[in-house]
Each structure stands twice: as structure tokens, then as C-alpha cells.
Design a protein around this ligand. Structure first.
Ligand SMILES: CC(=O)[C@@H](O)[C@H](O)COP(=O)(O)O
Ligand SMILES: NCC(=O)COP(=O)(O)O
Length: 240
């Protein structure tokens, strides 16, 4: 069964809407753990629009499950990551103007930059995952540069399922997943997954970890975070 990493960015989004001190993503992480989260994910963006360095430092000391830090291949955040030493780092592309992460990392086209980031993180003892589109050349580049895992970007599948389609996108994810596993890398997936579209992705063979944020936090506003996490855990553990 795939592990569930709960992304708590959007708890911080609500806090930053008022630049105050609530709701606290550190509290949210504890509640997510109580609901059965296997991991906590956070994205320290260059523009600090939600998660702040203070959150990362406190979460590094308090989270008792796997802490997964998403970050760009940027010198400043790489330094912060190497000091905070989360269990895992997932390298992602970033554009200041984007509403959320739009595409996968270009590990094939920016091999030197991404490879250097992988090395710095691994030298600090951090497990490294790359957030990639389901594209064979990207997966091959990830394996060559020493990444240990690939998180498949499920955004195209998620967009399609919102229009009651998604079979082609799911097929592309399934083929890429096999490629990742055959290359000796651990298989993760995430982005745009919801209570409605998660089950087919959770059922992809060898799926090890799903990172889900927006949909869980949206439901948590209605039912509470522990319950929202429990509901998602149940879905990913049920057969398709
Ligand atoms: C990499 C990814 O798919 C997302 O988790 C992304 O990091 C989310 O960033 P935002 O929370 O800023 O949308
Ligand atoms: N890497 C994906 C993630 O952490 C959560 O993305 P989303 O569920 O907020 O779209």
C-alpha cells in the first residue's frame, strides 16, 4: 500500500493571508499524524508565499514521520535544506508567477544544475526525489544523476479527471512508473490528487508514496484534519 504524505502548504496559505500566527502548520502536522499520515510534505518556495523557514525548523524537530521538503534547485533554499536535514527532499521547478507547480523538473535539459543539487542534498544525508513529468528521458536523467526516487507529476491526469476523462494520462503514468521502478528508483506520485481521482494512481504497481495537499486541506476545513487524512488513507488502501 502506498504511503500518504500530507502536504500542509495551504494551512500556511491561510495564515499568510493575514500575516498572523494562525493556523499553524506545525499543529496541522501533528493532527495529520494523528489521522494516520505516513509523512508530512512542505514546499519552501523562493517567494515564501506560504511555508516559512520557521515552519521548516519547527517541523524538523517535531514531526515523527517522514518529513519531505519540496524545493527548487536554488542556492539559498538548498543551503537551508542541508542545514535542516529533512528525511527527504523533492526537487521541483518553480516560477514566481505560477499559482502552483506547473510542470516537472527538466532533469535532462538542466543536468548540471539538477545534478549539483542532488549531490549537495545526498552529501547532507538527505534522500533525494525528483518531481518529473512521465517522460522517459527525464527518468533516465534522474537515474544517472543519483536521485533515489521520482515523484511522478499527476497534474495532467488530475486536470483530465476533472472533465471525467483521464484514461490516456493514467496509461502514461503507468508506463512511466514501470520505467522508474526498472531503473531502480522508488516510485512516488502527486499533484492535484483528490478523493475522487486518487484510487487508480494508488493502484499503479509499486506505488510507494503519494503526496497530497490541497484536496485534504480543503476537506479539513469542513470535517477537520484528522478525519480528512483518515478518509484519504482509507481510499488509497482500498482495492481499485
Ligand atoms: C510539487 C508539487 O506538486 C506541489 O506540491 C507543489 O509543491 C505545491 O506547491 P503549492 O503548495 O505552492 O501549490
Ligand atoms: N507534490 C505534490 C504535493 O505535495 C501536493 O500537491 P497538491 O495535492 O497540493 O496538488
Amino acid at each position: 500500500m502506498a504511503l500518504l504524505g500530507v502536504n500542509i502548504d495551504h494551512v500556511a496559505t491561510v495564515r499568510e493571508a493575514r500575516k498572523t500566527n494562525e493556523p499553524d502548520p506545525v499543529w496541522a502536522a501533528s493532527l495529520a499524524e494523528l489521522g494516520g499520515a505516513d509523512g508530512i510534505t512542505l514546499h519552501l518556495r523562493e517567494d515564501r508565499r506560504h511555508i516559512q523557514e520557521r515552519d521548516l525548523h519547527l517541523l524538523s524537530q517535531t514531526v515523527t514521520v517522514k518529513l519531505n521538503l519540496e524545493l527548487a534547485c536554488d542556492d539559498d533554499v538548498l543551503k537551508i535544506a542541508c542545514q535542516a536535514k529533512p528525511f527527504q527532499a523533492t526537487l521541483v521547478p518553480e516560477r514566481r508567477e505560477e499559482v502552483t507547480t506547473e510542470g516537472g523538473l527538466d532533469a535532462a535539459g538542466q543536468g548540471a544544475r539538477v545534478g549539483d543539487a542532488v549531490k549537495r542534498l545526498r552529501d547532507a544525508g538527505i534522500v533525494v526525489s525528483l518531481f518529473l513529468d512521465p517522460d522517459p528521458k527525464q527518468i533516465e536523467a534522474a537515474a544517472k544523476m543519483g536521485a533515489q526516487a521520482v515523484e511522478l507529476h499527476t497534474g495532467a491526469y488530475a486536470h483530465a479527471t476533472a472533465k471525467f476523462a483521464g484514461e490516456d494520462e493514467l496509461a502514461a503514468l503507468t508506463v512511466a512508473a514501470k520505467h522508474i521502478v526498472d531503473a531502480g528508483l522508488t516510485l512516488h506520485a502527486g499533484h492535484g490528487l483528490t478523493y475522487r481521482n486518487v484510487k487508480p494512481v494508488a493502484a499503479i504497481p509499486d506505488m510507494c508514496e503519494l503526496n497530497i495537499g490541497h484536496s485534504i486541506i480543503a476537506r479539513a476545513i469542513m470535517v477537520g484534519l484528522e478525519q480528512a487524512v483518515r478518509d484519504m488513507k482509507r481510499l488509497i488502501s482500498e482495492p481499485r
